[in-house]
Design a protein. Sequence first.
Length: 418
Amino acid sequence: MASSEINQIYYGWKIVAAILFLLTFTSGLSFYNHAIYLNALAAKPAFDVSTASTAVSIFFLTGGVTGLWVAKWVQEYDPRICITAGAIISFVSLVALAYVSTIWQLFFVYALFGTGFSASSLIPATTLVTKWFQRRRAMALSVASTGLSLGGVILTPLSVLMVESLGFEVAAPLIGVLFLLGVVPVAWLYLRVSPESMGLPIDGEQPDPETSKVTSGTSKIVEDGVTFKEARRGRFFWGVSCAYIFLMAAQVGGIAHQYGLARELLTEAQTAIAVAILPVFSIIGRLLGGWIVDQMSIRKFAIAMMILQAVSLSILSGGYSIWTLYFGLAAFGATVGNLLMLQPLLIAEAFGVKDYARIFSVSNLMSSWGTAMGPAVLGFVYAASGDSYEVPYLVAAGAGVVGFALFLMGGKILRAHA
């Protein structure tokens, strides 16, 4: 029996695989699909690019605010209930999106959609991974969060095909059904609250006697870390959180308008390739990033990704050809995957697991201001600059530079674990 337990795969990796699958659907049908929804909605007489961009901003802002309650729930209760509720809300939102005809309806449905996305995506997913892993947390997070990009590779092209062949009114409800089926079954079949709930040690390894205690014959890891009150007193929390306001404004704004950017220069077939480049390189970059983070300072790697983001957005803003556009999207994609992974990883590295959900949810709420601002700002700048994407992407690059400067002001990771 002892031999079979040694050879058995640690259940935490099944959690990682389940989250990868789940995030493939939540991100592919929301985060990466916003460019498609934006384009379809802007084509309606009642809306334009600026209005649709504002709706996308409402989605992310609502998701950030909802995240505060999501964090409290997943910290105290079974996260599967929260994830299921989020999937159902997202399904209802996508069905309703097909029938919106006024601006207030559009904004209301996108606010509802943002709530569903928040409850079923990053906060419960990253909280679970941080609970199941400590030593191999970076690799586990990089693999699990690959689903964020995989959704863009698999489900976004499928969504394009559905919208173009069936029309948005038929395709949107079907996309909602995909969201529901891709999230709920896997959550209930494979996700579990914590290693402790299954009588397992964190990372699948026997805990160090100095950092563990035994309760009722079961090894129980003392959760390392500090409280939210302690975290917010430090410069690093504010540096990371404020930096991500601008980093996410640049990132999500760039993603939301990539379809329009590509259509400005390319044919329909070339645009299909362009839309796939970003998520593909996001996957490649994130998997490489998960390995690199184990070899070097997380902070130094984050700095490198922030610089690359600003450079890649500058390339996209310039007088581009098809090849510079493809190159810029590939470089931008590599930063998308890693910057999304690095925020929860930086929080966990600096502040530990004890109050992770609350600390991350507050940081995520702050970054959601930028996430919400990005698509709208780029949409307004696009309209103001004569329906050209050159200036909007230059603005996005500038936001990335501001985020980089704020991160440097936050100082080094102090690892103030209790």
